[in-house]
Design a protein around this ligand. Structure first.
Ligand code: AHR
Length: 331
């Protein structure tokens, strides 16, 4: 994410004018296209990813646990059908037609959102990106993106790898699905973090965020390399856990023959790190519902919002570090 994206961004005067007028109408119930008197619930259309793994489950549950009726919200949860972008675009369109007050979007695909976002803008419905970015990244089409910084997270993984293998070695990358924005951001960050390391990239393939595919893909990679792979960078926990199974079945000892680094920090991965089945886990904190609620309130009040809100995330590089947090792990 470029530095520009972290600067505080004020809406253009015209946009602020339109947004303020639109919101003023909403609050007095004059808009006719959604919103109502201030004692009514704020309607939030959540265009979500749906079942995808432990990280996604934690993230989407946290959003639903935050935007409750008690908090003044009517959250309309719309998970994708089998991760299909068309089902997301259909839900997005329905929310615009229904005149919800705000839309939260976790995109299954990075591209293909321009028309939908323009429709929401014309309807003066603010859109907030959760986790996933869009490509091309036209930040005039959304209020902000709330997520840990994938580039920085992956850069720390790359720096750890370079420091762990000062004399080099062979590595492979298990990627998320093609077309998902975070995949490119994580590759960019990892490569930056590697710097001038003499680690050699043998292969990179998608394992679609899945443990089963992570295992089968890494099995094939090991066979192709005659087991001569010293590092796996798995872009999420599940794929790394699958690779650990493949390593074990190939007679390799994780931590000695091969090291495995992952991103997410879910309970299973932290337990695996504590047990020595993973070597490094970088958190990609999914619990940002409170931040999302604050941003919704600022956006609906017409206040300035930073164009990219980075969610802090920690790195864990040892069994001891994992043990120290396991008991209180929230996801
Ligand atoms: O976009 C975040 C990624 O999506 C997580 O790292 C992965 O586990 C999830 O499926």
């Amino acid at each position: 994410m470029s530095a520009k994206k972290r600067t505080r961004v004020a809406f253009g005067l015209a946009a602020v004018g339109a947004l303020t007028i639109g919101l003023a109408a909403c609050s007095t119930g004059d808009s006719g296209d959604g919103g109502g008197s201030s004692d009514e619930l704020t309607t939030v259309g959540f265009v979500a990813v749906g079942p995808e793994g432990a990280w996604r489950e934690a993230n989407e549950q946290n959003i639903q646990d935050t935007f409750t009726e008690e908090a003044g919200y009517d959250l309309k949860y719309a998970p994708a059908t089998n991760l299909d972008q068309k089902s997301q675009i259909d839900a997005f369109t329905s929310f615009v037609d229904e005149g919800v007050d705000v839309i939260l979007l976790s995109a299954t695909e990075a591209s293909g959102w321009e028309d939908s976002l323009k429709r929401a803008q014309e309807a003066e419905i603010p859109v907030i990106l959760l986790d996933r970015g869009i490509e091309p990244d036209d930040d005039s089409l959304y209020v902000t993106r709330i997520a840990p910084d994938n580039v920085e997270v992956a850069k720390e993984v790359g720096a750890w790898a370079a420091a762990t293998f000062p004399d080099g070695g062979n590595y492979v990358v298990l990627e998320g699905p093609a077309g998902v924005g975070v995949v490119n951001e994580r590759n960019t960050g990892f490569d930056e973090g590697l710097g001038d390391s003499s680690l050699t990239k043998l292969d990179a393939q998608t394992a679609n965020w899945s443990a089963e595919e992570g295992k089968s893909v890494f099995e094939t990679m090991l066979k192709s390399a005659g087991n001569d792979i010293q590092l796996v960078f798995a872009q999420n926990d599940e794929m790394g856990l699958g690779a650990a199974q493949a390593a074990e079945e190939a007679g390799l000892v994780v931590g000695e023959d091969v090291k495995i680094a992952t991103i997410d920090g879910t309970k299973n991965a932290m337990q695996a790190l504590a047990d020595g089945q993973l070597s490094y886990v970088h958190e990609y904190n999914p619990l940002f519902g409170d931040t999302a609620l604050e941003v919704v309130e600022k956006a609906l009040a017409g206040e300035d919002v930073e164009s990219y809100i980075v969610v802090p995330s920690e790195a864990f590089d040892s069994a001891e570090a994992a043990q120290a947090v396991l008991a209180d792990r929230k996801y």
